[in-house]
Design a protein around this ligand. Structure first.
Ligand code: CP
Ligand code: NVA
Length: 308
């Protein structure tokens, strides 16, 4: 069973093949209407279940459209509307869904939920975000970086702000794709040390720098994300904002990065909080290419999981 649960759990050669296939598939359908099928229909006859226990715009729509372009049929399920939200176990849900569908993509809260789903499903399971990681997002980000600037290997990526789930998957990717990664943010919101150690053991140069201006010096890519994630309590909002304000990505901060540095944000963004509108809408920003590339990257992830 080939699941796609995390970037640090997927073989580096397979990750590279996914990015290359995504780029080729994107190229092959350039200029076509979004609803047009791909020439190849490797998912024809397959049924894909997309389960959401948290809100989503990009993940939901890009998986649905991508699966259809590849020839599959899809169903989008809300966790709250399933028996899952009313006491049925994850394990039983996994066994039941495996009798109906060929692939499960799930967005949930605790990582254990997706791990249990994968353990008990007899079809592949894809992680569409948990409190801890967001691997599909970072596959799209690598694709985006490389289509603008060439190979990411050896480049310098700087993450500003909260050491959250998206940051964690970036650290996994640093180890697997061989780029340098600097986290700049308050100590209270540092990324998990275990993830940092693992990426370092794979040879990546991972740094923690409290001074944002120093951190972005010479950066090839500057990335940030919301200061309050979906799983964070609203009561922590003010504390988080106070801690994170020095790490806002603005024009002054971007002026310290390399002149051709790119800016990324997985979106949804809170304009003029973690990033100013001037950076989001400025010439270094590739945020909407990133959003589009969720579609192409995930099509390649689905093909990888199904071996087609
Ligand atoms: N970036 C991302 O995963 O967006 P959604 O929450 O809209 O799916
Ligand atoms: N860190 C954010 C990412 C949203 C795509 C969250 O988990 O809410």
């Amino acid at each position: 069973m080939t699941h796609f649960l995390d970037i640090n759990k997927t073989d580096a050669a397979a990750l590279r093949a996914i990015i290359d296939q995504a780029a080729a598939m994107k190229q092959a359908r350039a200029g076509r209407p979004r609803g047009a099928p791909d020439d190849e229909q490797p998912l024809a006859g397959r049924m894909v279940a997309l389960i959401f226990e948290k809100p989503s715009t990009r993940t939901r729509v890009s998986f649905d459209v991508g699966a259809r372009q590849l020839g599959a049929q899809t169903m989008v399920l809300s966790g709250a509307d399933m028996q899952l939200g009313h006491g049925e176990t994850i394990a039983d849900t996994a066994r039941v869904l495996s009798r109906y569908v060929d692939l499960i993509m799930m967005r949930t809260f605790e990582e254990d939920t997706i791990l249990e789903m994968a353990e008990h499903a007899s079809v592949p399971v894809i992680n569409g975000l948990t409190n801890r990681t967001h691997p599909c997002q970072i596959m799209a980000d690598i694709l985006t970086y490389e289509e603008h600037r060439g190979p990411i290997r050896g480049k310098r990526v700087v993450w500003c702000g909260d050491g959250n789930n998206v940051c964690a998957s970036f650290i996994h990717a640093a180890g697997q794709f061989g780029f340098d990664f600097t986290f700049t943010g308050p100590e209270q919101l540092d990324p998990e040390p275990g993830f940092v150690d693992e990426a370092r053991a794979r040879g990546a140069d991972i740094r923690i720098e409290r001074d944002a201006m120093r951190a972005v010096e010479g950066a090839d890519l500057v990335v940030t994300d919301t200061w309050v994630s979906m799983h964070d309590s609203q009561s922590s909002r003010e504390r988080r904002h106070n801690l994170l304000r020095p790490y806002q990505v603005n024009d002054e901060l971007m002026s310290h990065a390399a002149p051709d540095a790119l800016f990324m944000h997985c979106l949804p963004a809170h304009r003029d909080e973690e990033v100013t509108s001037s950076v989001m809408d400025g010439p270094q920003s590739v945020i909407f290419d990133e959003a589009e590339n969720r579609l192409h990257a995930q099509k390649a992830i689905m093909r990888y999981c199904l071996g087609v």
